[in-house]
Ligand binder design. Sequence first.
Ligand code: SAM
Length: 216
Amino acid sequence: SDSHFPVPINPSLFNLSQHYPHFFPDRSNAPKRIEFADIGCGFGGLLVTLSPIFPDTLMIGMEIRDKVASYVDERIRALRTPLGDYHNISVVRTNSMKYLPNYFEKAQLSKMFFLFPDPHFKEKNRRRRVISESLLDEYAYVMKVGGLVYAVTDVEELGEWIRGCLERHCLFQRVGDEEAAGDPVAKVLESATEEGKKVLRNGGQTFRCVYRRIAA
Ligand code: SAM
């Protein structure tokens, strides 16, 4: 349960030097901040794919399952090289639906990812979906103006739900297909993660949306 993992009381107490030691050889350095968050990162495929594309950007995966988070941690450690490869990605075991503001300051993140989130089909379980109108308030808080939210699912009904929530929220605006097509990140979304690979293998359809955090 939630009580079994430590959560920082506020973002300034989130120990980044533990997660990204390569970037924090000296604590007096101007602090670098996490910019990308992969919510419900699963086995970490997106982080591993994005790491070399943005080698100087710190990224974190958030994953609630203990064993899965430990696996991702080990996976990343095994990939890291003395030259600095894969030192910009890390994972934290946490409940992102409860504790996001404990990890990130206001206007900190430039990208948030929601790839193949759990669908929670039943009406009574929809409140457990990782995108909802109230959670979008929190996501808007931790994102900087101009930042992008990427969501992909293979469940059409969930895709419509996510799009609907974002569409109704006054702090998010849809990014058009043309712009999204030119975004190097959007290109890898469907194929980067373990869940995405499974869907591709089975010839399943995917539903993607990209929204920009806009000014109030
Ligand atoms: N994004 C990964 C992918 O595309 O392969 C994983 C997709 S998997 C269907 C959904 C993941 O979200 C699971 O690993 C699950 O444990 C995680 N998850 C669900 N609720 C969460 C929460 N509240 N906080 C953090 N992770 C969560």
